[in-house]
Design a protein around this ligand. Sequence first.
Ligand SMILES: *Cc1c(COP(=O)(O)O)cnc(C)c1O
Length: 400
Amino acid sequence: MRWFYKCPGCGAEYEIEPGRYLCDACAARQRPDRPLEGVLECAWEGSFAGSPDDIPLPVAKEHLPPLPVGDTPLWEPHRLRAETGYPRLFLKDDTCEPTGSFKDRASYLVAGFAKERGITEIALASTGNAASSMSGIGAAAGLKITVFLPKKAPVAKRVQVLQYGAELREVDGTYDVAFDQSLAYSRETGVLSRNTAYNPLTIEGKKTVSFELVRDLARAREHEAKRSGHLAELAKKDYVAPDHVFVPVGDGVIIAGVYKGFEDLVRLGRIQKVPTIWACQAEGSSAIARALAAGDFGEPVPSDTVADSISVDVPRNGAHALAKLKAHGGKAVVVTDAEILAAQKELAAKAGLFAEPSSSAAWAGFVKAKAGVRPDETVVVMLTGSGLKDVAGAMKGLGL
Ligand SMILES: *Cc1c(COP(=O)(O)O)cnc(C)c1O
């Protein structure tokens, strides 16, 4: 199996190497205040020799850091199933990643790449979770991590960065300012950038969730068949694709990674088709939903939402995510802060899963979009970050 970078825009191919981030020709079209142009994708050719549940990745397994990333639980929330009327509803719980968020999937692959190539330092900008994630994963891997973080990031995420021993550079400004400062730092020093979307491995690392879903949904069906005595069901395929996946969306990297995973699964013949993916956005940060409705991105609107991890003015991976949504008939649903906070409370009080506001946006999205989902379909709601990461946000939902 040969790995390379491929530009989904013009098809240009590049070698996977530390200094390569964007497609040269397409990045030249970059305009200020617009999503990144020329975002590259990891591509492969040849046959995959892994065992049935293996995930093809562009980094050899032995270089991945020694901590348990991914393989997160798939919940079967009986009370929510009964109340919503969806017996095949599942919650994918990435709140229990090592640093408490889905971002670990990306940091894990980037750290593995650094180890494989003998790189000792990684720099990044973040609104909070990417920073705490890269700091924790980097600590386990023995890498130096330099983080550019806006001063207004939730305190728990800042404390994580410091506890993990990363170098924290606080930025007096927005995430956009932090993004530019971190790129300038990487350019000057030659340090590997883990900026989301900009480094293609961040997208590739996030695809692992789709592989886990089709494996674990098959296991769930097997258990159900044994329990109910429908043994004919047991002879069915080894993998089960969900019909719908609800994903919280800010920069659009997670959703692009989820798509990449399902595309790979179709190519490997493990599933027949890519599920319907719902981009769940906060009303105060809905650039990708607006672009899907209008056909393209317009002028940026300053973001304003309680869900800090999906609060972006310009979604860095917006162009790439929009292309995937269009190609696969994906949908978008926009939810208010009140709906997000109500969803957070409902998940905690009825399933026992305490998720941060940004990730509760996915549950709010499902609740709002139910008319577009048949009750017999298999639905997965992705919960991407722990509620303990933003206690101030959760307090708002309690009126405290
Ligand atoms: C980063 C993040 C998201 C959004 O991911 P994008 O790739 O920016 O769309 C959602 N939930 C949590 C908890 C996050 O940290």
